[in-house]
Design a protein around this ligand. Structure first.
Ligand SMILES: Cc1cc2nc3c(=O)[nH]c(=O)nc-3n(C[C@H](O)[C@H](O)[C@H](O)COP(=O)(O)O)c2cc1C
Length: 167
């Protein structure tokens, strides 16, 4: 089975997972901006990884419009600051990104304020405020939004790799 990992990452956290996956699977790794530069074959499995921005997986819809991958050959992962314990939120992310029938994985990322512009910083501030106001709010996410930090856990890829290798 031929596999390729495609990623979209603003500050490098999603890239860490994508790189590790491509190393473990010994397969090609490309940035989403380069998808038009290659020829796509119908029989390859595509792993798409993108970070979350206001609940949406970065560039996934652009990827799907540009490369028509058979949904049975697509696996998607998202990287964000939502707590992994918040299964309701994770299911909402899956639905909002039209991934109901696609294998989907969610991994913790990080924040690097030194790489973010004014608009992104303001949006994160707003997200943090609204979490704190909500009695059911994701307090772990709010705490992680306070300052730069790396919460990636590459070991979490083990389950995904096992499922891919068993396919
Ligand atoms: C503008 C903005 C909006 C974000 N929105 C969400 C979100 O809705 N849910 C979430 O879990 N994380 C959200 N995040 C956190 C990022 O997904 C997280 O920082 C991620 O690890 C960044 O990965 P990257 O460096 O690969 O882009 C947001 C970050 C930014 C900058």
């Amino acid at each position: 089975m031929k596999t390729i990992v495609v990623y979209s990452s603003k500050t490098g956290f999603t890239l860490k997972y994508a790189k590790k996956l491509s190393e473990e699977l010994n397969c090609e790794l490309i940035h989403v901006k380069d998808i038009k530069k290659r020829t796509w074959s119908k029989d390859e499995t595509v792993i798409y990884g993108g970070s979350l921005k206001a609940g949406i997986i970065r560039d996934l819809s652009h990827f799907n419009k540009t490369v028509k991958v058979n949904p049975r050959q697509l696996i998607v992962f998202a990287c964000g600051l939502t707590s992994r314990d918040d299964q309701v939120k994770i299911q909402e992310i899956k639905k909002a990104n039209h991934l109901e029938s696609i294998p989907f994985y969610y991994f913790p990322g990080g924040v690097d304020y030194s790489q973010l512009g004014f608009a992104s910083k303001s949006l994160l501030k707003m997200i943090c405020k609204s979490i704190k106001k909500d009695p059911q709010g994701d307090l772990m996410m709010a705490a992680r939004l306070e300052k730069s930090g790396d919460y990636t856990e590459l070991d979490l890829l083990k389950e995904m790799l096992q499922q891919i290798n068993n396919k």
